[in-house]
Write a protein that binds this ligand. Structure first.
Ligand SMILES: C[S@@+](CC[C@H](N)C(=O)[O-])C[C@H]1O[C@@H](n2cnc3c(N)ncnc32)[C@H](O)[C@@H]1O
Length: 206
């Protein structure tokens, strides 16, 4: 079974296979529409599509990722857009890294999949970075995408909304969404596919 670790991601970015899409994930755009821009942390930011979009909306963003190649591309893309002052980029491995406590009005993580044995700890650490009244947003491939995405061979990398909610610290968050959302996506060969995202949106109680 493939291990999707730092080296795997570095190789993928270095090979040029993983490009910056140049646009944010639809879930992020939808779920932040009613939020006032403040401080944001994007974990597993890749080459910065979501983080740069947030910076453009007025957020002060920290993008964190385990790939230094991706972070360098994100920083370059932000600088090109005149957003260098609105975005900082940090090497972080979520398997061991903890964000500064209660520091961000928004902590978001899109399509960062980790094995079930460490997922709860990762979600709890992401949640620990959310300020009182702030938002945690997690979007991943829904388990029904098992056969449509590259790491579909390993069911251990997929979680349901209920599993994500169960990892939140008891009583500290109000869950606003924990559900599968269908969308049209594309296979690696470019063919259109019916896919689904699992979306967790939760607000830390003030
Ligand atoms: C599928 S990409 C998603 C990138 C971006 N969030 C997006 O939606 O376009 C997953 C990202 O998570 C990062 N990643 C994987 N494992 C990680 C880890 N343990 N800690 C931090 N980032 C990690 C990868 O380097 C990659 O950039």
């Amino acid at each position: 079974m493939t291990v999707y670790d730092e080296q795997w991601w570095e190789d993928r970015y270095a090979s040029g296979e993983a490009h910056w899409s140049g646009r944010p994930n639809d879930v992020l755009v939808a779920e932040t529409a009613d939020l006032t821009p403040g401080s944001a942390l994007d974990v597993g930011c890749g080459t910065g599509g979501d983080a740069i979009w947030l910076a453009e909306q007025g957020w002060q963003v920290t993008g964190a990722d385990v790939s230094r190649t991706a972070l360098a591309r994100a920083a370059a893309a932000a600088a090109e857009r005149g957003l260098a002052e609105r975005a900082t980029w940090e090497y972080a491995d979520v398997v061991t890294w903890t964000p500064p406590p209660h520091a961000f009005d928004l902590v978001t993580s899109a399509f960062l999949h980790v094995p079930g044995g460490i997922r709860d700890g990762v979600i709890a650490r992401l949640a620990s970075g959310v300020a009182p009244g702030g938002t945690l947003l997690v979007a991943q491939h829904d388990p029904s995408d098992l056969h449509t995405v590259r790491h579909g061979q390993d069911p251990d990398l997929f979680a349901t909304g209920e599993q994500l909610v169960a990892a939140l610290p008891a009583g500290e968050f109000e869950v606003l969404a924990a559900e599968a959302r269908p969308r049209m996506g594309r296979s690696h060969e470019g063919e259109h596919l019916h896919m689904a995202d699992v979306v967790l949106r939760a607000r830390r109680r003030s």
